[in-house]
Design a protein around this ligand. Structure first.
Ligand code: AMP
Length: 284
């Protein structure tokens, strides 16, 4: 195995500094581990576009607003490291909580506006935890490029705004959502689904596609939403947190009855049993 695994901030910095001395560009892929092909796509992009690739694995406690979700979150560091190695990453930075938060955290990053609705509304404090940990990871690795999935489109928008507002010297690279053959977006949480729930799960993407088709044919957000809801109704056991058509740039709700002129994102969060899935598609 040629990849280096380190739980240590100082060692990660030393390795990155060495690579930089050798004139390599640095790419970073921040993740919470339990890696799948979706993460793999981010690492592949990073590998193709940089001389040195760091993958971070950290289940960030301060972005979980529910203790149970944090406790249930899947973890498999040795498998993740082997996967990163197979993709040609150079370093896996997998810190313990104490390494990232050695004392009481007195400083945090909060991005307003883009973080207000959708996940921001249903998971209070979530994005404050995300933007704070991503700011820390970007400061630790000091990469030229950082890779984020469109699967978490609002997170991507929050990070892009943070980096722009705070003049952070890194390019954020969005990567399209990787899906299973039946349309289900790959997610670490999918492995928590029972076989029955897994069978129902593709309805989430079908609902998004139904809404997307309406919008592309010139219908309003309201009509699109109704189309998606009627698909979801096939599975009454699913519990909906939200299904919204938002402005793709600001992630804020659009007028339900107006003709749409700017690109929109259709975003959804649903519960299947104890597992919460999110997904989104663009319509422009
Ligand atoms: P996570 O480990 O869930 O925090 O995700 C780490 C990164 O991988 C985030 O930028 C996610 O948006 C991205 N990601 C997760 N699932 C997918 C997917 N199915 N396709 C593309 N990117 C993904």
């Amino acid at each position: 195995m040629s990849i280096a695994l380190t739980p240590n901030i100082a060692e990660t910095r030393t390795r990155v500094a060495e690579a930089r001395k050798n004139n390599l560009t640095i790419g970073v892929v921040p993740t919470m581990g339990a890696l799948h092909e979706g993460h793999g796509e981010l690492v592949r992009r990073a590998r193709a576009e940089n001389g040195f690739v760091v993958v971070t694995l950290f289940v960030n406690p301060i972005q979980f607003n529910r203790r149970e979700d944090l406790d249930r979150y899947p973890r498999d560091v040795s498998k993740d490291v082997a996967y990163c190695d197979s993709l040609g990453a150079d370093v896996v930075f997998a810190p313990e909580v104490d390494e990232m938060y050695p004392g009481q955290l007195m400083t945090s990053v909060e991005v307003s506006g883009v973080s207000q609705y959708l996940e921001g509304e249903f998971r209070p404090g979530h994005f404050k935890g995300v933007s704070t940990v991503v700011a820390k990871l970007l400061n630790i690795v000091q990469a030229d490029r950082a890779y984020f999935g469109e699967k978490d489109a609002q997170q991507l928008a929050v990070i892009q705004k943070m980096v722009a507002d705070l003049n952070m010297p890194v390019t954020i690279v969005p990567v399209p959502t990787v899906r299973e053959a039946d349309g289900l977006a790959l997610s670490s949480r999918n492995r928590l689904l029972s076989p029955e729930e897994r069978e129902q799960a593709p309805v989430v993407y079908r609902a998004l596609q139904a809404a997307q088709a309406q919008i592309l044919s010139g219908e309003t957000a309201k009509v699109a939403r109704i189309a998606a809801l009627s698909i979801l109704a096939e599975n009454p056991s699913m519990r909906l947190d939200y299904l919204e058509v938002v402005d793709a740039a600001t992630m804020t709700p659009v007028d339900q009855n107006a003709q749409l002129t700017a690109p929109v994102r259709i975003a959804i969060a649903v519960w299947l049993g104890k597992t919460r899935l999110i997904d989104n598609v663009l319509a422009s």
